[in-house]
Unconditional design. Structure first.
Length: 136
């Protein structure tokens, strides 16, 4: 390993292409005029839903996000139901069943087929748990 003994000599910076030195610093050279007949198209208006879709990230749609969030809520309700059963908490179990029944009542449709299959599997599990509790 080489030790650093100090700073080296100052090296002048290179000028950017098209920049000329002046007393105040630099200035850019004038651009060439546009050829005759050249026009620019007006900018298209930006829609709000397009901006929201861009914020979602690549490949994520609003329907996918809603389906993913709904599946997570159903999994949380199934977890709460399991905890209530293991802890022998009747009131918490009833609240978890009510929440699970509410969530299982409406299942959003995902655009992504793989996500849709996962959401459907969670919904089937919720339906099985609801059916088991109604038989008792």
């Amino acid at each position: 390993m080489t030790a650093i003994d100090g700073l080296g000599p100052a090296v002048p910076s290179r000028r950017a292409r098209g920049a000329t030195p002046t007393a105040a610093g630099f200035r850019l050279e004038e651009a060439a005029p546009a050829p005759e007949g050249a026009t620019t198209a007006p900018a298209a208006p930006i829609r709000f839903d397009t901006l929201l879709a861009l914020q979602e990230g690549p490949g994520a749609s609003l329907r996918d996000r809603a389906a993913r969030d709904h599946a997570r809520q159903m999994l949380a309700a199934l977890r709460d139901l399991q905890r209530a059963q293991l802890g022998a908490q009747a009131d918490a179990g009833l609240a978890a069943l009510d929440n699970l029944a509410r969530l299982a009542g409406t299942i959003p449709i995902a655009d992504d087929p793989q996500l849709g299959a996962i959401v459907n599997a969670v919904a089937v599990r919720a339906a099985v748990e609801l059916a088991r509790r109604q038989l008792r």
